[in-house]
Unconditional design. Structure first.
Length: 335
């Protein structure tokens, strides 16, 4: 697990924006943008797992896809291992692909139903190496062993596996080229609860074995608590809070993070009775028309006048804890 922050992060994201144009009318003129990701910045250190959480539609998965250039970001920079991947041409990007991989949410949809497992896991090797068939097969068997799949199943098709086994195939494929960085986009959301812990434990074991760095995207806050070293809380395309895991779960600073964590089930009955559940009123605004000031001002129980006018910047308010909230900028200014 992650202990001390090295001087140089493996992944550096600065002011990342991902806008999707809105076209309307008979002439299909552009009339606006859906601001799915609206200027976010964060670092991920080598060997660390950064959890990215938030409610559905807040832009979590879009961040993961934009980092790997599966979407072309509107603005910003993404540096992975010292290379700005957003500035690369097609050929240079293709050569960089082995360093960065993705585990998708739905293992059923992300595997080709017409290809056997050995072909699926070996596809990145055929695409990016000049290895012969024998060497590729040996590596496929190695990867199947690593993720706990029986080698005898190498010629079976995806529909012959359970959801958990299909996700293991997806993980093996992501590991094929020995990447440094893996985006896990809700990798357990489509799985039974009994299988979720197995997949998360597998990801942790593989991280220790291969020195992997993860961006773990999820809306399951109890699972993020288990796997993440630091957690970024997103709301409507922006990061509300970025804190070390234990600090965030013990004492969330941002009002949205507080409300989100109050909904996490507490197994201790005594603690559960004493805990106050925060119910947010109103609906999440449209990312096509976010509020003028803070994105959360329309639902925040601690809203102030400044929140409706000025967008708060993500700033360090305690060692290692970054929050985008005027409650803390007011305190900082007063202090």
């Amino acid at each position: 697990m992650f202990d001390a922050a090295p001087a140089q992060p493996l992944v550096q994201v600065r002011d990342l924006k991902m806008y999707f144009p809105i076209y309307s009318g008979v002439l299909r003129r552009k009339t606006g943008d859906v601001k799915a990701v609206d200027g976010i910045s964060f670092d991920i250190f080598k060997g660390e797992t950064l959890g990215l959480v938030g409610e559905s539609g807040c832009g979590k998965s879009t961040v993961g896809r934009a980092l790997l250039r599966l979407y072309e970001p509107t603005a910003g920079s993404v540096s992975i291992g010292g290379t700005n991947v957003l500035s690369l041409g097609d050929e240079a990007l293709r050569k960089t692909r082995p360093q960065m991989q993705m585990v998708f949410q739905d293992p059923q949809a992300s595997l080709n139903p017409r290809m056997p497992v050995a072909a699926i896991i070996g596809e990145p090797l055929r695409e990016h190496t000049d290895w012969d068939g024998q060497k590729i097969l040996a590596r496929v068997y190695e990867l199947m062993d690593a993720v706990g799949l029986n080698r005898k199943f190498a010629n079976r098709y995806p529909h012959e596996f359970s959801g958990g086994q299909r996700q293991r195939i997806g993980i093996a494929r992501a590991l094929a080229l020995k990447p440094k960085f893996i985006v896990c986009d809700e990798p357990i959301a489509a799985l039974d609860v009994s299988i979720q812990a197995q997949v998360v434990n597998l990801l942790e074991d593989l991280q220790d074995e291969f020195g992997l760095t993860y961006l773990f995207i999820s809306h399951d806050l109890s699972m993020v608590r288990h796997i993440a070293d630091r957690v970024a809380v997103m709301y409507l395309g922006r990061i509300a809070e970025l804190s070390p895991r234990d600090g965030l779960y013990a004492r969330p600073l941002h009002p949205y993070a507080e409300a989100l964590l109050s909904a996490v089930p507490e197994p201790d009955p005594a603690l559960a009775r004493s805990r106050q559940r925060i119910i947010l009123k109103g609906d999440v605004p449209s990312p096509a028309n976010p509020p003028k000031g803070c994105n959360f001002c329309t639902r925040c129980p601690k809203v102030m006048d400044i929140c409706r006018q000025v967008k708060p910047e993500l700033a360090e308010v305690e060692p290692g804890r970054l929050v985008a909230c005027h409650l803390y900028s007011e305190k900082t200014a007063a202090g």
